[in-house]
Design a protein around this ligand. Structure first.
Ligand SMILES: [Zn+2]
Length: 68
């Protein structure tokens, strides 16, 4: 079975691939790194002084977009 590497999109073998679903150790590390960076960059407080109500509306709008 061949799968696409989530990081670079390269087709890679699933069986016997110790880095799966990635094509290489490099891609695996890069992806984990990006994920960690995103986590750490999450603001502790509301960004740009948005109120909780405004944030709620943005969230609802985003949800609506994904379900449509
Ligand atoms: Zn890759």
């Amino acid at each position: 079975m061949r799968v696409k590497c989530p990081n670079c999109g390269l087709e890679t073998e699933w069986e016997g691939n110790e880095f799966r679903p990635f094509c290489s150790e490099r891609c695996r590390l890069l992806d984990f790194g990006a994920w960690a960076d995103e986590e750490y960059s999450l603001p502790v407080e509301s960004p740009d002084g948005l109120s909780p109500e405004e944030l709620d509306e943005i969230e609802k709008a985003a949800e609506k977009r994904t379900t449509e």
